[in-house]
Design a protein around this ligand. Sequence first.
Ligand code: ADP
Length: 248
Amino acid sequence: MPATDGENIASAVALVKHYRQGEAHVRALDGVTVGFTRARFTAVSGPSGSGKSTLMHCLAGLDSATSGQVVLDGTELTGLSDRALTRVRRDKVGFLFQSFNLLPQLSALENIALPVTMAGRRLDHDLLDHLVGVLGIGDRLAHRPGELSGGQQQRVALARALVARPAVIFADEPTGNLDSRSGTEVLDLLRRSVRDLGQTVVMVTHDPHAAAYADRVVVLADGRIVNDVDTASGADVTRAVQVVGRAG
Ligand code: ADP
């Protein structure tokens, strides 16, 4: 079982999140304690409604928990103001979304550079050149998102996340809008970013095939962790995710 220790770049302790739905309370997270190790690729999986997105949103400072603690790169998020959370997201977090979230009126290159320049930081041109080469988007930089395929758009979004050197990249179903070949390419690139750049990646996915690309798969059901699998151990990820899926 991976430990919650000093190597963790992000961690949650006894995290609870309630939503009110009319008269009812939904316990989206029901006491989650988990740590994410630096320079590792972790998938958070489980059936729809198990709390994956809620956990990611709380870890990334996009939402606040009802109780419990979140620490991201040494900063305790619990109790921070919206303004402080915005700063944490800007300085420490990279995002990869199912829908790419590129600005349609900007070129690929402008999209990649935007978060860094908006934060008032200097763009690392050597890193940018390296990423553009590895991601194979060199001949697409002047194009707008509408002129790119889904796979190309997600690679641009990945360059945007990586060039800022965030403490953690949170990826929410990053292959959900891609055909299987483009999806596999993006998963492979995420894995390479962990191996070659030491990037920490936490990916939410309901898809066992995508989860199997990670070093570790944390499985949620009904707002609790029900499995925590090291993929290098040869564990059957599909089974680890799907058995829970049927039970949940
Ligand atoms: P997953 O990402 O695994 O599909 P979610 O984290 O989106 O799961 O949702 C977990 C539970 O919380 C579900 O029962 C969902 O209906 C509920 N939920 C999520 N967001 C909200 C919200 N904004 N308001 C009310 N209930 C919500």
